[in-house]
Design a protein around this ligand. Sequence first.
Ligand code: FAD
Length: 563
Amino acid sequence: MQPFNQSPPQLGNQYHEDRVLRSYLKRTIPGEMLKALEPEWQELGALSGGELYQMQLADRLNEPVLTQWDAWGNRIDHIEVTPLWQQAEKLAATFGIVAAAYDGHNGRYNRIDQFTRAYLFHPSTDVYTCPLAMTDGAARTLLKAGNQTLIKQAVPHLTSRDPATFWTSGQWMTEATGGSDVGRSETTARFENGTWRLYGRKWFTSATTSQIALTLARPQGNANGGKGLALFYVKLRDENGKLQQIEVARLKDKLGTRKVPTAELYLHGTPAIPVMELANGVRNMVPMLHLTRTWNSVTAVSFMRRGLALARDYAQKRIAFGANLSQKSLHLDTLATLQAEFEAAFMLSFFVVELIGKEEHGELTEEEGHLLRLLTSLNKLITGKQAVATASEVVESFGGAGYVEDTGLPLLLRDSQVLPIWEGTTNVLALDALRAIAKEEGEGLRILKAKTAQIAHTVQHPQLVTLAQNAVTAVNHAEQALMAAMAQGQPVVEAGARRFALTLGRAFELALLLEQAQWSLIHEKDSHFLAAANRFAAANINLIAPVNLTEAAALANDLPLPI
Ligand SMILES: Cc1cc2nc3c(=O)[nH]c(=O)nc-3n(C[C@H](O)[C@H](O)[C@H](O)COP(=O)(O)OP(=O)(O)OC[C@H]3O[C@@H](n4cnc5c(N)ncnc54)[C@H](O)[C@@H]3O)c2cc1C
């Protein structure tokens, strides 16, 4: 007798099957534009669920290889990426996954178009979106900086749709001294014979295969701290393709993102061009960080959606206790909670995308500007966390198969785990959110409150009205907790920052989900989003808890706490 073999999960067209994405796009993009854009999304959806997904599975054991020396003793430091990444690079250019934001003809909707592409592309490429995020960030930073020489030199390449001329960019900030506190960076810049040259070590540089990088270094004589750093443009290779005084010490041996060649680099006098002034480098890099954080969030929701698509399909096939898992009420309940979490995260992520699109086309109001500044941190931190939690449940939903490497499933969890770390950890971004509020005298928080209240006033369905009150109450509670903490001093404010940020983020996700739900009730006669909002609202929106510094210190350090 043939032994039983379980049929594996499969994916269909990842655009066509994504009801959440399509409903969202229908709500936010004008009809004619939507019709014109859909064929390319369909094509990308077919590729992502088909050929590219199969290629990803086949590429599973491949990893980038660093060759430091050639046969004749020359230092070459060549990094060969895997076949999947080589293909992803070509596809990224052809499908305009960066370019669509720059050469599209849809005004402020260009960003929605571009991030829809990124969202569809990402989960079948083993995080090729990492270099794409930095490339997008570099293009935007150079354009904002207004350095015409660098704009002419690099931007046409960074935004090219031709694989032959397409460049990617790195973003080298983190040094061994710190990735959060980059003000401690040790890399120096010296002006030697008419050229700036960089000396130091960069501790985490993903995509060292890129053609250019934006990086930080301290011009000699500058003060310590972030303000003393300057933003530099580095062309990695000379005309002969040789690295310009850059030594690749090694590739990191990482938990996940193993296709991403993350290297430690030594700069031994690497020629560099100042992008702007010779100071305030951290501040001048902010446009890059804001975009890469948004990419982080879009890829987080993309991973969530991929995990759920696989889990859903598997539940139709896997039999336990006499029925498919998809007929087991508890299994369904588990997946439903994950789906609600994904839908809420999706709405926040793409709301931020909308704001960026408006900003780039001069349509952002002053109020929305404050909101965008605050949401950039909140969105990144909360969706990163949601992606990891969802990936963990997705893996479990496959039982033992989810833990077995050649199913391709463990990758989802490992690769998601980077999302709350790079581009700013959860704590660092929670503090950043507080800084954003303080710097703009509370405006960001005021606008977030106002937008939540506005949604609460506009939803009509009685259930949505009730749920909206949850969001309003949670935001108010978070604000009150912040006020109370401020009266007790900075350590109390900081200790509560993560709970404050997560509460604001979750409450706002709920509000945005309610907005979509109301629209869908009216225009699609569908209460699916209402059900998602109901479920999401029941899953801990308000995370505010009292802060007790003494208890926290005793617990964190595992010390006795005398009564
Ligand atoms: C796979 C991968 C690829 C990467 N690629 C790049 C790259 O291409 N370019 C690049 O520049 N960097 C890159 N990084 C580095 C990444 O951005 C940093 O690791 C990250 O910013 C954290 O910095 P750190 O490692 O120095 O941790 P630390 O800053 O030492 O943080 C350690 C812990 O302390 C917490 N913490 C820090 N400050 C505070 C505070 N004030 N209050 C409370 N808690 C705090 C953090 O939340 C964290 O949990 C990459 C990292 C990874 C994992």
